[in-house]
Design a protein around this ligand. Structure first.
Ligand SMILES: NC(=O)c1ccc[n+]([C@@H]2O[C@H](COP(=O)([O-])OP(=O)(O)OC[C@H]3O[C@@H](n4cnc5c(N)ncnc54)[C@H](OP(=O)(O)O)[C@@H]3O)[C@@H](O)[C@H]2O)c1
Length: 258
């Protein structure tokens, strides 16, 4: 199947991480569909991608964090694009530092869990059946190493939310060991930003997008975790799929973020 006949659903595709992936997929000739709750984010995405690829981008306003919203979005998606061959999920938020747990409310924790975990779960449950039984299809989760430790004071709920996403992806690998669809996770142990907002240790979302797009394009691995801790890992771990990838290659001083 050529890239031009593949349709990628990019969940969170209007976000910082997702927009880099969407641009790279479009540049490789894929058709891409993005669902966002915010039409202005979708407008910004349209101006961000390469102008020559605009016709291959479908945007849908919808909320994949609720079962009803996700079902409606699925119907709109299938009406617009007919089929989906690949899914990349980078749902969540860029950063949270609301303060230590004793200063927080249940409402805040609920928001964190809804945005990071519930949206990931509900959208997986809704859209996975579209790709589950086909070995030419893929489902790729983007997660963050923040789930493994407290990054800095006041970021505790980020750790709780990110940890729940890591656990969810692990559960899927273990519950569905033989599923034909290529099921992979890209775990990012660094901050991700657009070129104009880069800080030391950050990954450029365009370079990350190119590496994730290459993983989607190849579809030659499944049930793997690709851990990215610094820019060099994009080449060795994601592009070359170095077998020593899976857990934490040392990358010196890279800043551990979401
Ligand atoms: N940014 C980083 O530094 C970093 C580092 C490591 C890992 N990560 C991973 O990447 C993920 C995304 O980070 P990001 O920086 O791209 O965040 P972001 O810019 O806030 O984008 C997140 C996207 O998720 C979407 N989303 C969340 N809930 C949704 C829902 N219910 N329905 C539809 N869309 C929903 C948002 O869509 P709307 O447009 O509707 O708001 C938004 O486009 C994180 O959760 C984390 O797992 C990020």
């Amino acid at each position: 199947m050529s890239n031009t006949s593949r349709v990628v659903l990019a969940l969170g595709g209007a976000g910082t991480v997702g927009s880099g992936i969407v641009k790279a997929l479009l540049d490789k000739g894929f058709k891409v569909a993005v669902i966002s709750r915010d039409s202005s984010r979708l407008d910004r995405l349209r101006t961000f991608i390469s102008p020559s690829t605009k016709e291959n981008l479908t945007t849908i306003v919808g909320d994949v964090g609720s079962e009803e919203g996700a079902e409606l979005a699925k119907q709109a998606l299938l009406e617009a694009v007919g089929k989906v061959t690949d899914i990349v999920s980078s749902l969540g938020f860029s950063w949270w530092q609301g303060g230590p747990p004793h200063t927080q409310s249940v409402k805040e924790l609920q928001w964190v869990m809804e945005t990071l975990l519930f949206s990931t779960f509900v959208s997986w449950k809704t859209f996975f059946p579209l790709v589950r039984d086909d070995s030419h299809c893929s489902y790729t989760f983007i997660t963050g190493g923040a789930g493994e430790k407290l990054l800095m004071p006041g970021t505790g709920f980020l750790t709780v939310g990110a940890a729940s996403s890591l656990a969810f992806c692990q559960v899927l690998r273990e519950e569905y060991p033989d599923v034909p669809c290529k099921l992979n996770e890209v775990k990012i142990n660094a901050g991700v930003a657009a070129p104009e907002r880069m800080a030391p240790g950050y990954l450029n979302h365009l370079e990350l997008g190119e590496a994730v797009a290459a993983l989607v394009e190849e579809r030659d691995t499944s049930h793997r975790v690709f851990t990215i801790s610094c820019p060099a890992d994009l080449k060795t771990v994601l592009l070359e799929r170095n077998p020593v990838d899976s857990e934490t290659p040392p990358c010196g001083h890279s800043l551990l973020l979401l």
